[in-house]
Design a protein around this ligand. Structure first.
Ligand code: FES
Length: 157
C-alpha cells in the first residue's frame, strides 16, 4: 500500500517517474547517481542534454559514474573506468573499432555491438529532475548487474 493509502499495480509503479534531484545541482556536477525503484542509475548532463542509464557497466559491472565522457565517431560515450568499453549516452550501444586484418593500412571504423546498456528516461519539470525506468521488453546485458544476485546498491558519491 502506498503512503497515500492507495494500492498500485507493482508493474505500473515500477515505471512511474521518480524525483532524483535539482536541475541546478546536476548542471554543476554534470552527473549524479540515484536509486529508482530499487535500481541504481547514473544521470549525466552533457552538452545541454540529460541521459540516464544503469550504473553498472554491461561488460563486468564497472562503475560508469566514475568514467569519462568522450566523443567517438561524433557520438558522446561514457568510457567505463575498468576496461575502457565505450557506451553511447543516447542509446546505450556498445561501440568497438573494427580493422581489416587483410588491409592494415585501411582506416579503422567505429561499429556498434547493439544496445548493451539500459537507458532510462529523464524529464525535467520546474527545475526538478525525474527518471522513469525503461520498460523496453528486450533483454539488455546491463540488466544482469542491475537485478538479482549481482545488484549492488551503494550510497551516492
Ligand atoms: Fe566496464 Fe569492463 S566493466 S569495460
Amino acid at each position: 500500500m502506498d503512503l497515500d493509502g492507495s494500492e498500485q499495480d507493482p508493474e505500473v509503479k515500477e515505471h512511474s517517474p521518480v524525483y532524483v534531484g535539482r536541475e541546478e545541482d546536476i548542471k554543476k556536477s554534470e552527473r549524479m547517481t540515484a536509486v529508482v525503484h530499487d535500481r541504481e542509475v547514473v544521470i549525466f548532463y552533457h552538452k545541454g542534454e540529460y541521459h540516464a542509464m544503469d550504473i553498472r557497466c554491461y561488460h563486468s559491472g564497472g562503475p560508469l559514474h566514475l568514467g569519462e565522457i568522450e566523443d567517438f565517431d561524433g557520438r558522446p560515450c561514457i568510457v567505463c573506468p575498468w576496461h575502457k568499453y565505450k557506451i553511447t549516452l543516447a542509446t546505450g550501444e556498445g561501440l568497438y573499432q573494427s580493422i581489416n586484418p587483410r588491409d592494415p593500412s585501411a582506416k579503422s571504423k567505429w561499429c556498434s555491438k547493439g544496445v548493451k546498456q539500459r537507458i532510462h528516461k529523464v524529464t525535467v519539470d520546474n527545475g526538478s529532475i525525474y527518471v522513469t525506468l525503461s520498460n523496453e521488453p528486450f533483454k539488455c546485458d546491463s540488466d544482469f548487474y542491475a537485478t538479482g544476485d549481482f545488484k549492488v546498491i551503494r550510497s551516492p558519491f
